[in-house]
Design a protein around this ligand. Structure first.
Ligand code: SF4
Ligand code: SF4
Length: 311
C-alpha cells in the first residue's frame, strides 16, 4: 500500500460505504452458496499420494519437472533482478514539458499549491527571503507538469495592479499571462458581440476545432491550470455570454484530480474560487473525456440559443 500511494496526494484508500456493504453481502452470500471446504485433517499414518498444485503460489512447480530446478531458479532470479533494476535504467529523456517553478519573491507561503498538487511534488519549507514564513518547493522528479498548482496559486490573478505577470509559481512552457492576453485579443477580433469561451485540456476532446466566429477556445495541459480569477476577469472585462469548461470524464482525470479541483473552485468549495456571481452564472461544465465533439457541439448550440433568447 505504501509503495502504491507513495507519490499520490490525497490518495483515497477507503472504498465508499455502499461498495463496502455490497462486497460484504456478496461475500456472505457466496460463503453460504459455495462454501470453501478445507482438506481433511492430516493423517500421518497414511502415506501421501496426490498433492494438488496451488496454481496461484506454485505456478512454477511444473516447470521444475520440465526444465530442472537450476534453470527455473535462474529464470526467477533474472526476472526479479530485472524488475528491481527497471526504475534505475537511464531511459532516453522524454519530450516532456518543463516542470513548475517557484518564484520566492511572489510566494506568500499559503500552501494551496502543495495541497492541490495530486503528485506530492510540492513541499512547504522555510522561505528563502523572509523570516518565519513558508515557501513552496517543487520536487522536479515528481512533477508531471500538469499545471494544477498554477491554478491554485492566489498570486496568479489578472486583478493585480502591479507585477501582473509575476507569480508565486509558474509553468515555463505555458505562461498564463500570455495566454490571457492572447484570449482577449481573439475575443476582440471575433465577429460576435457576446462570444462564447471554451476551455479544454490536452487529454479531453480537442477544443481548438470549435474556434470560429463566435467561439474562442483555449486548451491547457490540464484544466486545473485555469485560475478561476481568469474567468472572473474575462466575464468582467469582455462581453462573454457563456464559459464552457470541458476535460477528462468525472473520476477519470489524466492528471488524477484536475477536473475535480476545478469543479470545486467553480462551486466555491475550494480556494481560490470564483468571486463574482455573474461569472458563476455563465459557467457550464462538461466533463466527458476525449472524442466527445458531439456533446460539446450541442453545448455550444445551447449557449447560442440562450444568447439569442437573452438579447
Ligand atoms: S505541475 Fe502538477 S505535478 Fe507539478 S508541481 Fe504543479 S501540480 Fe504538482
Ligand atoms: S500557492 Fe502560490 S503563493 Fe501559495 S505557497 Fe504555492 S506558490 Fe506560494
Amino acid at each position: 500500500m505504501f509503495i502504491h500511494i507513495k507519490r499520490i496526494n490525497q490518495a483515497r484508500v477507503t472504498p465508499s460505504a455502499p461498495l463496502c456493504l455490497f462486497t460484504f453481502i456478496a461475500l456472505l452470500a457466496l460463503s453460504v452458496l459455495a462454501p470453501v471446504s478445507s482438506s481433511s485433517p492430516a493423517n500421518f499414518d497414511k502415506p501421501l499420494h496426490d498433492v494438488e498444485i496451488d496454481w496461484f503460489y506454485m505456478n512454477t512447480f511444473p516447470l521444475v519437472d520440465l526444465w530442472g530446478p537450476v534453470s527455473v531458479w535462474t529464470l526467477l532470479i533474472f526476472i526479479t533482478v530485472s524488475l528491481t533494476l527497471l526504475p534505475f535504467i537511464p531511459w532516453p529523456a522524454r519530450n516532456r514539458l518543463a516542470t513548475a517553478v517557484v518564484d520566492p519573491e511572489y510566494c506568500n507561503g499559503c500552501g494551496w499549491c502543495a495541497t492541490d498538487c495530486p503528485f506530492e511534488a510540492i513541499q512547504m519549507g522555510q522561505h528563502e527571503m523572509r523570516k518565519n514564513r513558508r515557501q513552496a518547493f517543487v520536487t522536479t522528479d515528481a512533477c508531471v507538469s500538469c499545471g494544477i498548482c498554477v491554478g491554485s496559486c492566489p498570486s496568479v490573478t489578472p486583478f493585480k495592479s502591479v507585477h501582473k505577470s509575476d507569480t508565486g509559481i509558474a509553468m515555463p512552457d505555458s505562461d498564463t499571462t500570455a495566454i490571457l492576453t492572447n484570449i482577449r485579443k481573439r475575443v476582440v477580433s471575433t465577429k460576435s458581440e457576446k462570444p462564447i469561451l471554451l476551455f479544454g485540456c490536452a487529454h479531453g476532446t480537442d477544443v481548438s476545432r470549435f474556434e470560429n466566429q463566435d467561439v474562442v477556445t483555449q486548451q491547457f495541459e490540464c484544466l486545473g491550470q485555469l485560475p478561476p480569477s481568469y474567468i472572473d476577469f474575462l466575464c468582467r472585462k469582455e462581453n462573454i455570454s457563456k464559459v464552457l469548461l470541458t476535460g477528462c470524464a468525472t473520476g477519470n482525470c489524466y492528471q488524477r484530480l484536475g477536473n475535480e479541483i476545478e469543479a470545486e473552485r467553480i462551486a466555491r468549495n475550494r480556494y481560490p474560487h470564483l468571486r463574482y456571481l455573474d461569472a458563476r452564472k455563465k459557467v457550464e461544465q462538461l466533463w466527458v473525456g476525449a472524442g466527445r465533439e458531439d456533446n460539446i457541439q450541442r453545448k455550444i448550440e445551447e449557449a447560442r440559443c440562450d444568447r439569442k433568447l437573452a438579447s
